[in-house]
Design a protein around this ligand. Structure first.
Ligand SMILES: [Zn+2]
Length: 155
């Protein structure tokens, strides 16, 4: 293998039709590429009755009761309502340590880290980076952070 990290460092670049990096003003430029290897991508679909008629749709948005009444017996459909990305690059060291501990697979570590609130990220860093970063669960700093996610809700 001959790995050139030039494209990875650029994050955004223009290419000609042969995949060569070219300037934006180059007449051969025909692709604009973006590369984010440390990005977590998630979608959220609403799963409910979606009326086709625009007037009914408008009225259903205005009245939850009407929407509930009209949707009885109707098929539920998917409608994408959120498409979000978040980077977990700042947690690379922690994620690697989480995987190396044997507690998580790579997929699990990325998912857990990317979905953690501030205080949970700090707890993970503290635990898996041997106290070099972050803070312990239930410490004073943990209580002060006042963030909450599904991993620490109710603790
Ligand atoms: Zn949390």
């Amino acid at each position: 293998m001959n790995i050139d990290y030039k494209k990875l460092k650029l994050k955004h670049w223009f290419e000609d039709e042969n995949g060569n990096i070219v300037d934006e003003d180059d007449p051969k430029a025909c692709f604009y590429r973006h590369c984010f290897p440390l990005e977590f991508h998630e979608f959220l679909d609403e799963y409910c009755y979606h009326p086709q008629n625009p007037i009914v749709k408008f009225l259903c948005r205005k009245s939850r009761a009407l929407d509930k009444w009209l949707s009885k017996g109707k098929d539920k459909t998917f409608k994408q309502i959120l498409d979000c990305t978040t980077t977990y690059g700042s947690g690379s060291d922690c994620i690697v340590a989480m995987v190396n501990s044997g507690d998580f697979t790579l997929e699990q570590a990325i998912w857990v880290y990317a979905n953690s609130c501030e205080r949970c990220m700090n707890v993970l860093c503290y635990k898996y980076l041997d106290g070099k970063d972050g803070y312990a669960e239930f410490s004073d700093e943990w209580k002060k952070a006042n963030t909450e996610c599904e991993f620490c809700k109710g603790l």
